[in-house]
Ligand binder design. Structure first.
Ligand code: GLN
Length: 468
């Protein structure tokens, strides 16, 4: 279901009717567990206003009246934001995240909040307090995480567009697992105001769709500087669709040799190489590049992300926002018991790890070292981009895992981040799109771009999507 189809549906009926259909579909696909809540009243009101504007021939934008889903770690005034955690089970947002507010200002209608790994920590969407999300492409497999609910919301055609957040791959991996398209913009492109922080120097809001070109208007409206987030870039938002429809002739595609080596499932590799072969036939130039430091990316990420998380999550203390233990008899009990009851085990693991690497005896050995590795990874990408326009890489080391595997084998979950975390560490944009399948299970292809060059990713992604 793409944007054009939804727009036609609205033209032929109304935004209210289309929102109603979305709610029906959510009900029918309930067993996928993609949504944690729906905002019916709010959405129907917005859809009514959109219908009024459309009737008067004065739409706010191409998104006017279009239903969207939003990951449940973005605040929307007056609605619950749980981060799929018990600790925020009853938290109602007092304000709306900038990214969501900007899309609403363009007329988009938020119909619901989507399931996710608890506090966006995970790669399989199995750490949600509210239960796993099921992959509609293969119901015995995970949909990827942590934005699994948003990916499934698009894959199961309840909406054409959904927002997610990506700290180390949480948009791109679910896109790969569900055969949808997902983009993580450059760090600083999209305001994080109103996004519940996981690791602030890595988090970025992005979007899912079923076709590459549908992401352009989302970015056009969502990106830009925000006085409420001083890490947003002053760079004027590009015309993100400017390369769409222009093909790939002459584009130099860098292939990091370290990415096509051990660690990548051989069958998935064949699918990706076949896709790259098609691009070469169309006139793209394939060029081997090297990212030697990439072998330390996971280690560096799993020091830095938990370090930031341990600090960010200290605000959930049983006093503000959150679940408060009924057993607590004094202040210290309130902190420790509320957190003990409210956080799931994955979140606790990250907090412990983060506190450990930040503690005085280990700070230099782990945290400082990981920061240095982060810089070297960024430099390696810079070098690679001096000889290519974009980088093509796998999105995942293999097919989506069978349900339950990551729960028993934590390392296998961590290793699924092999191709995605480096993009966050280097603050780059990344786009994942389907490039084939194995017995009907989708395989994703990741495009990594130069900083702020999302437009090239959309151009190339669109060209690839149009190949026979
Ligand atoms: N899988 C990674 C983690 O668990 C990335 C998650 C994300 O991008 N939010 O930290």
């Amino acid at each position: 279901m793409n944007l054009e189809q939804v727009r036609k549906d609205i033209e032929n009926s109304s935004a209210v009717a289309v929102a109603g259909q979305a709610f029906d579909k959510i009900e029918k696909t309930k067993e996928l567990n993609a949504y944690l809540s729906v905002c019916k009243e709010r959405a129907l009101k917005q859809a009514q206003a959109a219908d009024e504007r459309l009737k008067n021939g004065k739409p706010l934008s191409v998104l006017d009246g279009i239903p969207i889903a939003v990951k449940d770690n973005m605040c929307i005034e007056g609605t619950k934001t749980t981060c799929a955690s018990k600790i925020l089970e009853n938290f109602v947002s007092p304000y709306t995240a900038t990214a969501v507010a900007k899309l609403e200002a363009a007329g988009a209608v938020v119909i619901g909040k989507t399931n996710m790994d608890e506090f966006a920590m995970g790669s399989s969407n199995e750490t949600s307090y509210f239960g796993k999300v099921i992959n509609p492409c293969a119901k015995d497999r995970v949909p990827g995480g942590s934005s699994g609910g948003s990916a499934v919301a698009v894959a199961s055609e309840t909406v054409a567009l959904a927002l997610g957040s990506d700290t180390g791959g949480s948009i791109r991996q679910p896109a790969a697992c569900t055969g949808t398209v997902g983009i993580k913009p450059t760090y600083g492109r999209v305001s994080r105001y109103g996004l519940v922080a996981y690791a602030s120097s890595l988090d970025q809001i992005g979007a899912f769709s079923s076709s590459v070109k549908d992401l352009a208007p989302v970015l056009d409206f969502m990106c830009g500087q925000d006085p409420n987030d001083n890490t947003t870039s002053a760079k004027p938002a590009a015309n993100f669709g400017e390369h769409i429809g222009k093909g790939i002739k002459g584009k130099v595609i860098g292939l990091p040799k370290e990415y096509y080596a051990d660690g990548l499932d051989s069958k998935c590799k064949e699918v990706i190489e076949a896709a790259l072969g098609k691009l070469e036939k169309e006139g793209a130039i394939l060029k081997e590049v090297s990212l030697p430091s990439i072998r330390y990316a996971i280690e560096s990420y799993y020091i830095l992300a938990p370090a930031e998380a341990s600090s960010n999550l200290s605000r959930f203390d049983g006093i503000r926002y959150t679940h408060r233990s009924k057993e607590a008899k004094n202040l210290m009990d309130t902190f420790s018991m509320s957190r003990g009851e409210g956080f799931g085990s994955e979140v606790k693991l990250r907090i412990l790890l983060g506190n450990y690497v930040l503690s005085s005896g280990f700070y230099d050995a782990y945290y400082v070292q990981a920061q240095k590795v982060r810089r070297i990874i960024t430099e390696d990408f810079n070098k690679a981009f001096s000889v290519c326009d974009v980088i093509a890489s796998p999105a995942m080391p293999g097919l989506p895992q069978l349900l339950g595997v990551c729960e028993d084998d934590h390392l296998s979950m961590v290793l699924s981040d092999l191709y995605t975390v480096s993009v966050n560490l280097a603050n780059l944009p990344g786009l994942v799109q389907p490039c084939g399948n194995l017995d009907g299970i989708p395989v994703g292809l990741q495009w990594i771009g130069k900083p702020f060059d999302e437009a090239s990713l959309l151009g190339i992604g669109d060209a690839f999507e149009k190949l026979p």
